[in-house]
Structure formats: structure tokens, C-alpha cells
Design a protein around this ligand. Structure first.
Ligand SMILES: O=C(O)CCC(=O)C(=O)O
Length: 263
């Protein structure tokens, strides 16, 4: 049976520290997307708060309630939703993405690579495991923003069966070409779909360019966001992935015994 998944990236201008406003934007986008028949929606990184480091510990206390509401909304709308939020546990803060499948949490992923260039490692603790979540739409691999610069992580997710890579981000100017090139490379080399949601607009000193992308395993950009709030959508056709994987056999032809630490 050929599976086609209607997917979207939810791109918006995150207002620093304003949970009510960010939440209203995200939830109304999810409603609109569900009305259009979308089944998978990826939200940006730290979408409820942005990087409001000064107040992050206090803001993170709201996260469990937001996740609960998101679960109810995903169940009501029949959506799979991925996006990252600040998480507080045992006195530490994490940048954590959850995979919510029509109400059920299928997995949780704490950002592994903290962006030391901007001090993320001074405020947040890093995760220590990867995630490929089994969902009603297939196997979703999750990575967050700066993780994109570490290809080994993505190969591991692919070897663990990831079919769609979901990447919430807050990726600023002037590194648009890195964003686009690396996302396309990850899709091509791992022969999987990529749904990457960036934010847009100004947050503090940072200027975010948007350009959320949905990419096929062939590397085609299926849909692309502009520089404003938007929700690019595309159909992800599993048949295309299967046929590409059978023509160019990257997984079978690997030589991990020579160069790899991965099995
Ligand atoms: O790698 C980059 O250029 C951006 C990464 C980033 O902004 C982040 O991880 O928060």
C-alpha cells in the first residue's frame, strides 16, 4: 500500500518569553492545518518561549501544562506533532522535543549538541540519547537545530529506521545556505524525508530568516517557507523513498568495517 503523508512545518515569529502569544499562534496554526487535512506538523525549537535565558527556569514550569494541552489538541485534530520546549528536571534545564501522536507521547528527545557559540551550554544541559519514534505515520527521527551539523547522528537515526526526520530549529542569519545545504544533504545521504521548522523575525539580537523546508529523499525541496509566519505543506510519498532506496543502495553498500563506528 502506498502511503502519502500530508506534512507541514509551522513557522512563526516567536515572541521572547511570551508563552500566551506563542501558544495562540501555534495552536491556531495546528487547527488550520488539520482543517486542510495535514497529519504531521513540526513546530520550531523552544517555540513557547524562545531563548529567554534570564527567565527560562520560571517559564519552563509551564511546559507540562502546554504539553498536556498539546496532547489534547493533537488527539482532537488527529495530528502527529513534534516541536521543542524548555524542560525542567532535577534542577537542570533541557531543550526537549516530544513526539505526540494523536494524543499519545511516543518519545522525548533532549538536544544533544548545545550551541556553545551562543552560550547554550552555559544555561542548558545536554541530552544523552537519540530518538526514533514509532508513530501512526511511520518512524520519525528527531534532531534539533545545531544537531544538523553532526551527520553521524542522522546516519544513526536512519540505520534505526527513521523515515521522516523532524527538525525543530531557531537558525539565524547569516547562515541560510548552511541550513538549506545541510538539510538537503541529510535527506539525500540518508534517503529520508526532512521536515524542518525554523522561526522567523527578530528575537533580541538575532534575526531569523524562516525558510522552513520539506525535502524529499531525492533532495527536492517540496515546500519552502518565506521570511514571515507561514505553514509550508507537502505530500510525502513513501513509494518515492522506497524506489530511491532500491535504486541507489547506500545502506547495503556501506563499509562500516573500514571507517565506521556504527554497526
Ligand atoms: O548551527 C547554527 O548555525 C545555528 C544553531 C543554533 O542557532 C542553535 O542550535 O540554536
Amino acid at each position: 500500500m502506498n502511503r502519502q503523508i500530508h506534512a507541514a512545518a509551522v513557522q512563526f515569529n516567536i515572541t521572547l518569553g511570551d508563552i500566551a502569544r506563542n501558544r495562540a499562534k501555534a495552536f491556531s496554526a495546528l487547527q488550520r492545518l488539520a482543517d486542510q487535512g495535514v497529519e504531521l506538523a513540526v513546530l520550531p525549537e523552544m517555540w513557547s518561549t524562545g531563548y529567554d535565558y534570564r527567565r527560562l527556569a520560571e517559564l519552563a514550569l509551564e511546559t507540562p501544562r502546554i504539553v498536556e494541552d498539546l496532547q489534547k489538541e493533537a488527539a482532537r485534530l488527529g495530528l502527529v506533532v513534534v516541536g521543542s520546549l524548555p524542560e525542567s528536571e532535577n534542577g537542570k534545564l533541557y531543550n526537549t522535543a516530544r513526539v505526540i501522536d494523536r494524543g499519545e507521547i511516543r518519545g522525548s528527545y533532549r538536544k544533544l549538541h548545545l550551541f556553545s557559540t551562543m552560550g547554550e551550554d552555559r544555561f542548558l544541559a545536554a541530552g544523552d540519547r537519540t530518538l526514533v519514534a514509532s508513530t501512526s505515520l511511520g518512524r520519525l527521527g528527531v534532531a534539533i537545530c545545531y544537531d544538523l551539523r553532526f551527520p553521524e547522528l542522522f546516519r544513526k537515526l536512519a540505520l534505526e529506521g527513521a523515515e521522516i526526520l523532524c527538525l525543530p530549529a531557531e537558525w539565524p542569519k547569516p547562515r541560510q545556505e548552511h541550513w538549506r545545504t545541510l538539510l538537503r544533504a541529510r535527506a539525500i545521504e540518508n534517503q529520508q524525508f526532512v521536515v524542518a521548522a525554523n522561526c522567523c523575525g527578530i528575537q533580541g539580537k538575532l534575526d531569523f530568516f524562516g525558510m522552513s523546508l520539506l525535502i524529499s529523499p531525492w533532495g527536492e525541496v517540496l515546500a519552502e517557507g518565506g521570511a514571515e509566519d507561514c505553514t509550508p505543506t507537502a505530500l510525502l510519498d513513501y513509494e518515492q523513498m522506497t524506489s530511491f532506496r532500491s535504486k541507489i543502495r547506500c545502506f547495503e553498500d556501506r563499509r562500516p568495517e573500514i571507517y565506521g563506528i556504527l554497526p
